[in-house]
Design a protein around this ligand. Structure first.
Ligand code: GLU
Length: 305
């Protein structure tokens, strides 16, 4: 398996420079397109890795499935389902999705920014700081890594320049979906996106979703299986931005990408995969990362379809 991952990293090297690091968050523009790493946690209890898997990066939108899980754990499926839709918007992740002066749960899904900013208000906590700290604890628990923290530079960079997300949050406020202070809600969201991880962390988190809520090796249950079904289903339809259909055809597993260059892929009952390569396509997905997953899926017959 490790030889296969080495092959994939070598084969996909030619795609690295076809993408470009995100630059709308100035700190992310410093990403090195030469990086490509992969880590696999497999159901046989083994882990395998290749390339730059140790390089840290910010989780960005890959925190959205964790946010969704936290919302489910705090409020249950019925509440979450009635407050936030599950249909793909077919629009970019930061689209202002308001039609004919109406904004409702059905305009949102948990994987677009508007949905994620809204979800930041639904998790439990006395204030935005407690909400964030609970989300960080859940991230550490899923990854089995108590050292996961926030990249302060990326957080401040995003807080300074994130006016598009400010616009989305004010839109939610206008339509009565945010009760508290917009800036507090955004602070929780920006910190969440700035959580620093590596490929191993993502693979461990993905494995828990693949194993329907149970940790690798010990099989300890962290959350009910139905929450894993819920999150995995949303990842299939909405996880890879408005490229989710193309990804389903080419790779065929629940996955989430982030503009930091990470991808977390969930192969149910089989494996969790973490990938990192900061060169993005125009939709915000890692170009070499998707190629690597495509090759892994073909070689290991991972597609669920
Ligand atoms: N922090 C990023 C933003 O809100 C996350 C976007 C992403 O990774 O898709 O713009």
């Amino acid at each position: 398996m490790e030889a296969l991952l080495e092959d994939i990293v070598r084969d996909c090297a030619k795609y690295k420079a076809l993408g470009k690091p995100a630059d709308y968050i100035p700190e992310l523009a410093k990403g090195d397109v030469n990086d490509l790493g992969i880590f696999v946690v497999s159901s046989d209890g083994q882990s395998y890795k290749a390339g730059d898997w140790r390089k840290p990066f910010t989780i960005q939108s890959i925190v959205k499935p964790i946010l969704l899980l936290q919302c489910l754990m705090d409020n249950g499926i019925d509440f979450v389902r009635s407050h936030i839709g599950v249909e793909a918007t077919g629009k970019p992740f930061d689209a202002i999705n308001v039609t004919e002066g109406v904004l409702s749960a059905q305009h949102l899904n948990p994987m677009v920014n508007m949905g994620a900013i809204f979800m930041s208000t639904l998790i439990k906590g006395a204030d935005h700081e407690e909400k964030f700290s609970r989300l960080l604890s859940l991230t550490r628990l899923l990854a089995g890594n108590p050292d996961i923290g926030v990249d302060e530079k990326v957080y401040l960079s995003e807080k300074r320049t994130g006016n598009r997300n400010r616009a989305l949050a004010f839109m939610l406020k206008t339509y009565g979906m945010i009760e508290g202070e917009v800036e507090d809600v955004l602070d929780c969201y920006f910190k969440a996106c700035s959580i620093r991880v590596d490929c191993k962390d993502l693979a461990n988190i993905a494995y828990v979703f693949a194993n329907r809520g149970r940790k690798p090796i010990t099989d300890e249950r962290l959350f009910p299986a139905e929450y894993a079904h819920y999150v995995n289903a949303v990842l299939v339809t909405c996880g890879m931005y408005d490229g989710s259909g193309d990804f389903a055809v080419r790779v065929g597993v629940p996955a989430k990408s982030g503009v930091g260059g990470g991808i977390m892929a969930v192969a149910p009952t089989r494996m969790g995969v973490g990938i990192f390569s900061p060169g993005l396509d125009e939709k915000g997905n890692s170009v070499a990362g998707i190629k690597a997953l495509e090759e892994l899926s073909q070689r290991m017959y991972l597609s669920i379809f």
